[in-house]
Design a protein around this ligand. Sequence first.
Ligand SMILES: NC(=O)c1ccc[n+]([C@@H]2O[C@H](COP(=O)([O-])OP(=O)(O)OC[C@H]3O[C@@H](n4cnc5c(N)ncnc54)[C@H](OP(=O)(O)O)[C@@H]3O)[C@@H](O)[C@H]2O)c1
Length: 247
Amino acid sequence: MIIGLIGFGKVSQNIVDLIKSDDIEFITSLENRSSKTTEAIEKRKIKALDTFKEVAAASDILISANSPKNALEVAKSYGKYCNGIYLDLNNISPETTFKINEYVGDLVDGAIIGKIDSDNPTIYLSGKKSGELLFLDEFVNTFKISDEIGDAAILKLLRSTYTKTLSALLIESVEVAKEYDLENEFFEVLSLTEGENFREKSISRINNTLSNSKRKSEELDEIINYFIKNDLVMVKAALEKLSRFQP
Ligand SMILES: NC(=O)c1ccc[n+]([C@@H]2O[C@H](COP(=O)([O-])OP(=O)(O)OC[C@H]3O[C@@H](n4cnc5c(N)ncnc54)[C@H](OP(=O)(O)O)[C@@H]3O)[C@@H](O)[C@H]2O)c1
């Protein structure tokens, strides 16, 4: 089986490292790629064809893992040449996923949950052909949600609805705890019910949110706009909270 990769950043590099099988060959292209990407491809000795069009045509599975900004353009450019399954792993909105579906024959909508280089990366899939990708579970946790394109993207957005809003609430709670000089006790008392690593996880979540507050705000905005028919009072409050941390 041939798996083609459009994009050779962290996601594709980890996929190549995780999926070790004599039955699978990875291919990609150096077409218009940066020196960083070229070096990563050469370091892993991945077969590079002249163009991504050739990669698309030669692949049984074509993985698009480049950037949220380029995902649609990539699908428009190469989707039509792909005779196999087109697996989109970009962090894109459900709307973009639906647009991509217009340009691709057998699309599978994929959502990586958490960082790909985390201890236990998990991929959720949706789309009619997603069952055919469940063999990936041998290498990386893989689940099928449904036959519906968009379900994986919506699930990812729902996850963000919870985690990003919770981060804003954590920031606020810790601010108040500090004011009363009870920060340590606050974490201790919550650890009783939330688990031993609550403090470490919370601090990492808070720091991550504060150092990326602009992007996190954009993501909250995207959630509010996508679930426009739902009454997302908490998400709106989280967005307002994060706006206080921007210049
Ligand atoms: N990293 C994660 O844990 C994670 C988790 C969930 C979802 N995602 C999503 O997965 C996608 C890839 O993430 P990443 O972390 O691997 O990104 P990355 O490390 O920034 O790498 C992006 C790769 O895509 C290539 N690329 C960009 N535009 C391209 C195009 N038009 N044609 C071909 N190649 C192109 C880049 O090549 P150049 O260097 O030549 O520009 C680079 O090799 C993103 O959409 C991201 O949101 C990532």
